[in-house]
Design a protein. Structure first.
Lengths: 156, 766
């Protein structure tokens, strides 16, 4: 199969790749770019573990062909993590107990950042609706929602 | 350290994507394995032809039943990695491919030709037990796998003493554990032919043994390395064929092989919660004392034996020992069918039995015209008593849990002090919409809280090392699956050694390094591994004090460990831990600080005939209150509020305890209202998260958790297990709330709108 020439800006760096055109964005992030923070939980857009920001908007990266992202900007959990520290959303999730097995966490972090970018002062209802595409089997979500709301509070 | 809300120590790495899960393991030259499953639920395998698949470029090797060792594995010794003569379910593995990438392996599967001769299949235990039914395992001679017969007291006496009796049939479904990470394994052989298996197992040491059987190798030739585990909930409590298959592929290919399940495969081939058909009777006196409880459960274990065949042990405990039950009988039959394998899922039989036991409690309360909480408190288990089943209850906060949730229910309804619930205005009278009715319901739970002896050992080992820099390493046999054991164990060690929790590194992932442990199950880790870590830390501290006493010119009993130092109480002089360790180390006849701990609780295997005996060193208790709104037009049930109180002995880390309860509640809510693996003719009909609905952030009700502390006499710092209790009583509390709201008794879960509506329509017709 002829390769596809993909140009992407990933976490602020311009990347040029020759990829199999059948590959999803998640495949390319994990296997070609060695960014394994985005997790594969279902491969059908149902669980949200692979959530990244595409041109600033949260998307499930298992549901989009990498070739369709040509020329776009992608931000993954690795991209929002400051050197030697934590993003306020990550810090809140850690401190409020919103992380157990952690498999859903990077996707949850990116979905929350996408939500807060769009709506810096969400209500609890907004957070619950905004994160409804990200499944978690460990926490019961209560501490995740509290964490995201606390980020909003600390900003204000 | 004890009692502090300390964030999970591994959380920052998880939040930043640094954590290495099984799916992230990449070994040099690693191949990707895929499994070809059966096309039929029951068939003779006539021919497996892999020749076309082998020719596909990129395919490195293929294994079939010809590659199986001669040994059988799993609990019933009825399974082999690949199936050669007969397939017994749609999850049966017929062949497997290792190729350079997963797509090539997948394509190769489609080129493997399998010829079958279909056999009659049976999909219910009733069919399987019929005269002349096809045998699932001919060599077993019957589809009847095993039976359980328990009793105490005499039912006749119980009946005689009863003023009211109630009776009902229940039917409970398959449920998926639905861990966010699917099953994954990486197998690699070294030059000696020894296997290293990167695994998400919950039983690393038992898996060594199981794999040795499944692969015809010595256990000593097998090393299990546990990666970070993205949830497990019981899935990893047994060996399943994909694990030996990965090893067979890796051995044949001479390269490491990874098999990672798709979500579809996870629904198809991972174990599911046991469905159950149960007939229950119970009685009580006019004064509100339970007289007897009698249950019979018919259980489908699927096509091969896994832990589904042992769930009756737990169902029996709920039936015979939740509340004081003078007369009780529990019987269960476990039957082979051509359905999926049933296994362990969080709560392990207890969500099933708590559903029928606790809804029957409300039926009795209604029959007696008695407040459901008062009725429960009257019959509650008490501290320091032995149940007729032989469970030795020490600490027990069941009454306190019930009272705690009842007190909070009072604020959910109209404030109306001094009256029982029945006398208060019904909450539905405050709802504007006439089709929506509100109700509240209660349920309690009893769960092992101090291990569960189902093997001859229920032990765990630990070592605590203090190095020359005062850094502390705990090596524990236990397994971390997200529950927070590494943080709780670090807190215990830090408390004993007087250091910060961040100064304790917990190593728990390699069978070549860590001492033996039975596995992470039965809510046992805080209690069992916690006691082992406590013992090891005390041993390390003894060694530190011995040397520090020489250094500080005093005696060990004058010393305390505090702020990273050993401090003499009288003189106030102190020495840093690292300095003490160096003083012990760098001298003639020097030693390192290395504490050892082994803890095996003082419990018994249940008697093999009577099933009596004290299986756990202590028991956990809990109660929940659900407030629901039922739409009588649609049958839709909305949970408005869930209050969960749990007796955890002592909360070493209250935030982690809440996390266990809240997460358990999410599973319990799913069990109650949305989650069912629909199996038709052996086929899973809803193998994805679109059709198998987990509760999301938007679906969750308000949850309040109440921690009841009873300071268990044997628990580490008074703690006992809590891991499984969060979701156990939820479905019963919701069913009872539905009855309170609209007067129908639900006997199955999930209580979907169509089922609730059907119950409402049946009630109308009466």
């Amino acid at each position: 199969m002829p390769k596809f020439h993909l140009s992407l800006t990933v976490n602020g760096e311009a990347r040029e790749l020759l990829i199999d055109p059948r590959r999803t964005l998640l495949d390319v992030l994990r296997d070609e770019l060695d960014l394994r923070g985005a997790h594969r939980g279902c491969d059908s857009g149902d669980c949200g573990a692979c959530t990244v920001l595409l041109d600033g908007k949260p998307i499930t990266s298992c549901m989009i062909l990498a070739a369709d992202c040509d020329g776009s900007t992608v931000t993954t959990v690795e991209g929002i993590t400051p050197a030697g520290g934590l993003h306020p959303v990550q810090k809140a999730l850690v401190e409020k107990g919103g992380i157990q097995c952690g498999f859903c966490t990077p996707g949850m972090v990116m979905a929350a950042i996408g939500l807060l970018n769009e709506n810096p002062n969400p209500t609890e209802h907004d957070v619950r609706e905004g994160l409804a595409g990200n499944l978690c089997r460990c926490t019961g979500y209560k501490k995740i929602v509290e964490a995201v709301l606390s980020v909003e509070e600390s900003k204000a | 350290m004890i009692g502090q809300r300390i964030p999970k120590l591994d959380a920052p790495d998880k939040a930043t994507g640094r954590t290495v899960y099984g799916h992230d393991v990449r070994l040099p030259g690693m191949l990707h394995g895929r499994i070809k499953y059966s096309k039929h639920a029951h068939a003779r395998v006539v021919r497996v032809d892999v020749s076309r698949a082998l020719k596909l470029p990129g395919v490195k090797t293929i294994v079939t039943a010809d590659d199986n060792p001669p040994t059988m594995f799993e609990n019933g010794k009825d399974n082999t990695p690949l199936k050669g003569q007969v397939v017994r379910s749609l999850r049966d593995e017929v062949a497997a491919v290792a190729a350079v990438d997963a797509d090539t392996a997948e394509e190769a599967l489609s080129l493997i030709e399998v010829e079958y001769e279909p056999l009659t299949a049976v999909f219910t235990p009733e069919e399987a037990l019929k005269e002349g039914a096809p045998l699932i395992h001919a060599e077993h001679g019957s589809n009847y796998f095993t039976r359980y017969r328990y009793s105490h007291g005499t039912l006749e006496a119980g009946e005689r003493e009863s003023d009211v009796t109630v009776e009902a049939d229940f039917e409970l479904p398959y449920v998926a554990h639905a861990a966010m990470e699917t099953s994954v394994v990486v197998a690699a052989f070294d030059h000696r032919g020894h296997l290293t298996l990167y695994s998400t197992t919950q039983i690393p040491f038992l898996l060594q043994r199981d794999l040795s059987e499944a692969l015809g190798m010595e256990g000593s030739e097998i090393r299990i390395i546990q990666t970070a585990i993205g949830g497990a909930f019981g899935r990893g409590l047994d060996i399943y064929p994909f694990e030996p298959i990965a090893a067979l592929l890796a051995r044949k290919a001479g390269k490491p092989v990874r098999i990672s399940f798709s979500r579809y495969e996870e629904f198809l081939a991972a174990p599911v919660r046991q469905p159950a058909k149960v007939h229950v009777r119970a009685g009580a006196t006019r004064e509100g004392m339970i007289t007897f409880r009698d249950a019979y459960a018919l259980l489908d274990i699927g096509a091969y034996v896994s832990w589904g065949s042992v769930t009756p042990l737990v169902m029996m405990e709920t039936t015979a020992s939740l509340y004081r039950i003078p007369h009780s009988r529990f019987a269960a039959d476990c039957v082979y069918t051509n359905n999926p394998i049933t296994g362990a899922v969080r709560g392990y039989g207890n969500p099933q039995s708590t559903f029928f036991v606790e809804t029957m409690m409300d039926r009795l309360a209604v029959a007696l015209d008695m407040d459901p909480v008062d009725f429960r408190v009257r019959n509650a288990n008490r501290p320091n008593e032995e149940t007729p089943q032989g469970l030795i209850i020490t600490s027990c906060g069941l009454k306190e849990c019930l009272e705690a949730v009842a007190a909070r229910a009072d604020t959910a309804r109209q404030k109306d002090e001094g009256k029982t619930m029945k006398d208060r205005p019904h909450p539905s009278s405050f709802i504007p919409h006439p089709s929506k009715k509100r109700g509240i319901g209660f349920a309690a739970t009893l769960n092992v809280g101090g291990g569960a002896r189902i093997y001859r050992s229920d032990g765990c080992g630990a070592t605590v090392k203090v190095d020359d820099f005062g850094h502390v390493s705990l090596v524990t046999g236990s397994t971390e699956i997200g529950q927070g054991s590494e943080t709780v164990l670090a807190q215990i060690v830090a408390e004993v050694l007087g250091v910060n929790v961040e100064d304790v590194n917990v190593l728990n992932s390699d069978t070549d390094v860590k001492p033996w442990d039975v596995g992470v199950h039965a809510s046992r880790t805080t209690f069992i591994a916690g006691n082992a870590a406590h013992i090891a830390a005390l041993d390390a501290r003894r060694q530190l004090f011995e040397t520090a006493a020489e250094m500080l010119k005093t005696t060990p009993d004058d010393l305390i460990a505090k702020d990273g130092h050993v401090v003499a109480k009288v003189s106030g002089k102190s020495a840093e831990l690292g300095k003490v360790a160096r003083a012990r180390h760098y001298r003639e006849g020097g030693q390192v600080i290395l504490g050892e701990g082994w803890y095996d609780p003082p419990t018994k295997l249940v008697d093999k005939d009577t099933y009596k005996g004290n299986i756990s060193a202590t028991y956990g208790f809990g109660a929940q209150m659900a407030e629901v709104e039922v739409d009588t037009d649609t049958g839709k049930v909305r949970v408005l509020r869930l209050v969960c109180a749990n007796d955890v002995g002592r909360a070493i880390n209250p935030m982690a305890v809440e996390g266990q309860i809240e997460g358990g509640a999410q599973m319990g809510l799913g069990y109650a209202l949305t989650e069912e693996v629909i199996v038709e003719k052996g086929r899973v009909m809803n193998p994805d998260f679109l059709d198998y609905r987990l509760f999301t952030t938007a679906d969750m009700p308000e949850i309040e958790t109440v921690i009841i502390e009873t300071d268990d006499p044997q628990g580490p710092f008074g703690a006992k297990g809590v891991g499984e209790m969060g979701g156990t009583p939820t479905a019963a509390a919701i069913a009872n709330a539905i009855h309170d709201a609209v007067g129908v008794w639900m006997t199955t879960v999930p209580m979907t709108p169509e089922r609730v509506l059907k119950a409402l329509m049946e009630k109308e017709n009466l």
